[in-house]
Write a protein that binds this ligand. Structure first.
Ligand SMILES: Cc1cc2nc3c(=O)[nH]c(=O)nc-3n(C[C@H](O)[C@H](O)[C@H](O)COP(=O)(O)OP(=O)(O)OC[C@H]3O[C@@H](n4cnc5c(N)ncnc54)[C@H](O)[C@@H]3O)c2cc1C
Ligand SMILES: NC(=O)c1ccc[n+]([C@@H]2O[C@H](COP(=O)([O-])OP(=O)(O)OC[C@H]3O[C@@H](n4cnc5c(N)ncnc54)[C@H](O)[C@@H]3O)[C@@H](O)[C@H]2O)c1
Length: 477
């Protein structure tokens, strides 16, 4: 008798950003038959328009900043005039080249990801997907692709991301009033960029464009920039912004942004007008969950349109999972990937660890950067968590002195009992590279004393973290 081949578990994924990509790849690796529907490009917004382009732009801004401050370390650039006298050259940014590099790098990463999916055996379908009940995805891929119109699946993973929020009174025109996705088609540096919104997106672009040489006005509806971050960290960034010549307007909403010829005019809540050459609208995002059949399939959404998921990314319909910015979890690429993994592992019965949002590390890529993990000082102050907070200024660190890093600090939040590390903030250049030992400490429930036993190289910025942990030792009574 011929052996019966077990039918493969069929997974359909809608959206190829970090959430959908990870789900598709891991699903195929675990032996499922996976179809991924993506209507733009694999890698999603993260790779094509959001994370990768913005961080590539920021890399260039960082270099421009190092060049501008090199003189403080005794390194000078000069050219000679016709009488052989040294001239100090200006730093010039070739904006067309910069944006071309950004787009090329993003496309290459998207191509590499598509190749990985294909190697793993994932079927990638280009088109717009929507649910038709809990087991079918319909793909609108244009008149030629009838064969993929219906995908039957045992498990569906929705990872459709989010889109920039648009204000009716400040409609992006793609030329002068822009969303963050439209910045990379500019061929000239904005002479004066008005940034509306001082969340992470607004702060990162304001920081980068200022370092690249644009005049920048940052309109913040709150009392301080980066309202979601540690207050001390946000204060440092705001001070650096102002010192670098950025115009920070606090406590004002942009009620309206209009174009007047070659200018943009932002009208503030108090009636003041700010004129610039370009305006970046960074006022948040809305999930792409409309009209894709979620409600009729029985999937529960929040009032804001986000998909309600549990810690293994399962929605209110048992065989439908969701990952990434379309869900009620943190809108971070790392979280989207973790949800994508959790979804397929759970659906396919593999080992799965429910996601603990409390321990997610994140980073704001301003200059300096702000990296954060775990419980924050605000939670100790408002009584949500018991604990001790200590801070070590970067300017006392020998390596920071050598490199002329004056702005920043390391902060640790530890439990009152044994001094277990429960949270941390690092404000420093490349803080994103310094947060990992603290994440590990939190994940492994290390105490400040255990952390302080680890050796840091001397001199190093990471030495500050060990010094701070050491200073938090509490002698036994
Ligand atoms: C400017 C900016 C910078 C950021 N920087 C960082 C950072 O440094 N680090 C970090 O961790 N996070 C960062 N984020 C957040 C990060 O971009 C998101 O959390 C991440 O992109 C979410 O991934 P996702 O899987 O939800 O999908 P997305 O990356 O949003 O991709 C969703 C995909 O779904 C597709 N899609 C949508 N609807 C359909 C449909 N009906 N059918 C088929 N396909 C569909 C879209 O074309 C898109 O490709 C940043 C965000 C912004 C705006
Ligand atoms: N480095 C990173 O990891 C990174 C970078 C960018 C975004 N993100 C993710 O995206 C999330 C969203 O960040 P975001 O900054 O895009 O959105 P956000 O919603 O956090 O911030 C938007 C800000 O705009 C303000 N605003 C709204 N309307 C305004 C108006 N008319 N005038 C002035 N201000 C106005 C809001 O008060 C808010 O502070 C972040 O929490 C983060 O998870 C991550």
């Amino acid at each position: 008798m011929a052996e019966k081949t077990p039918r493969k578990h069929r997974i359909a994924v809608i959206g190829g950003g970090p959430g959908g990509y990870e789900a598709a790849l891991r699903g195929a690796e675990l032996g499922a038959e996976v179809t991924l529907v993506e209507h733009h490009g694999v890698g999603g917004n993260a790779v094509l328009t959001d994370v990768v382009p913005s961080k590539t732009l920021i890399s260039a801004a960082e270099v421009a900043s190092h060049m501008a401050t090199a003189g403080e370390l005794g390194v000078q650039f000069f050219a000679r005039d016709d009488k052989d006298r040294p001239l100090r050259p200006d730093i010039a940014v070739n904006f067309t080249k910069l944006n071309q590099r950004i787009r090329r790098l993003a496309q290459k990463q998207s191509d590499d990801m598509l190749a990985s999916l294909k190697r793993a055996g994932v079927t990638v379908v280009q088109g717009r997907g929507r649910l038709d009940g809990p087991n079918t995805v319909i793909v609108d891929s244009g008149p030629k692709s009838k064969e993929f119109d219906h995908i039957e699946a045992d498990t569906i993973i929705v990872s459709v991301g989010a889109s920039p929020r648009e204000l009716p009174s400040a409609k992006p025109d793609g030329e002068r009033i822009l969303t963050w996705k439209q910045l990379y088609s500019l061929t000239e540096m904005p002479e004066h960029l008005i940034v509306v919104g001082s969340g992470v997106t607004g702060a990162e672009f304001a920081s980068a464009y200022r370092l690249l040489g644009s005049e920048v006005t940052l309109i913040s509806s709150r009392d301080r920039v980066l309202p979601g971050e540690d207050a001390d960290a946000a204060d440092v960034i705001e001070e650096v912004f102002k010192r670098n010549g950025m115009n920070v307007v606090s406590g004002q909403r942009a009620e309206k942004v209009v174009r007047e010829g070659e200018e943009v005019v932002a009208t503030l809540s108090d009636g003041r007008e700010i004129r610039g050459s370009h305006c970046l609208m960074a006022v948040g995002s809305i999930p792409n969950t409309k009209s894709i059949g979620l409600e009729s399939a029985g999937v529960e959404l929040t009032d804001s349109g986000h998909i309600v998921v549990n810690r293994v990314a399962r929605t209110s319909v048992p065989n439908i999972y969701a990952a990434g910015d379309c869900t009620s979890f943190f809108p971070l690429a790392s979280v989207a990937s973790a949800q994508g993994r959790a979804a397929v592992f759970h659906a396919l019965g593999d080992e799965v660890r429910p996601i603990n949002l409390r321990n997610v590390a994140s980073n704001v890529f301003t200059y300096p950067e702000i990296a954060t993990v775990g419980w924050q000082q605000a939670a100790v102050e408002d009584g949500t968590r018991q604990g001790r907070v200590a801070k070590f200024p970067l300017e006392q660190n020998p390596r920071a002195k050598m490199q002329e890093f004056k702005d920043g600090f390391v902060k640790i939040v530890a439990g009152n009992d044994l001094g277990t590390i429960i949270g941390a903030v690092v404000v420093a250049p490349r803080a994103s590279e310094l947060i990992l030992p603290l994440s590990l400490a939190i994940e492994q429930r290390l105490t400040v004393d255990q952390f302080a036993r680890a050796w840091a190289a001397y001199p190093s910025l990471s030495g500050s973290i060990v010094d701070l942990a050491r200073s938090m030792h509490m002698p036994q009574e």
